[in-house]
Design a protein around this ligand. Structure first.
Ligand SMILES: [Fe+2]
Length: 125
């Protein structure tokens, strides 16, 4: 299954994904964590939806079709891919470009990107 489930703490901004999907409630800072819903359409000039270029086993990701800012107050924190049981993360800093390249296998790939201000975004190639 090419989907990941993310939860965030509204207080401290801890962010996790479910490696195993148990039935328990995730709690942080003494309150339930919030399940993140990934956006796939962005009204603000498409600067959050990952733009994907696939060439053989290489997937180049840029966030987004209009490059997202990368300043300490507002930046893309990470980009992730998932293909079945294979999950990859590229962690970014404000000094990086909002880009990452991944080695992938044949078949569908799901991509996620996370903005520190505007949350979770996704696209599929
Ligand atoms: Fe943003």
């Amino acid at each position: 299954m090419n989907e990941l489930t993310f939860y965030e703490c509204d207080i401290c901004k801890n962010l996790v994904y479910l490696v195993n999907d148990g039935k328990g409630k995730l709690v942080c800072c003494n309150q339930p964590m919030t399940k993140l819903e990934a956006g796939s359409e962005d009204a603000s000039h498409e600067k959050h939806v990952p733009a994907l270029t696939r060439d053989g086993n290489v997937l180049d990701v840029v966030v987004g079709s209009v490059e997202h800012p990368m300043i300490p107050q507002h930046y893309i924190m990470w980009i992730a891919t998932v293909q079945g049981d294979h999950v990859q993360f590229a962690h970014l800093t404000p000094n990086d470009e909002p880009k990452a390249s991944f080695n992938i296998s044949p078949g569908d790939v799901r991509v996620y990107a996370h903005c520190n201000l505007h949350g979770l975004w996704t696209a599929e190639a």
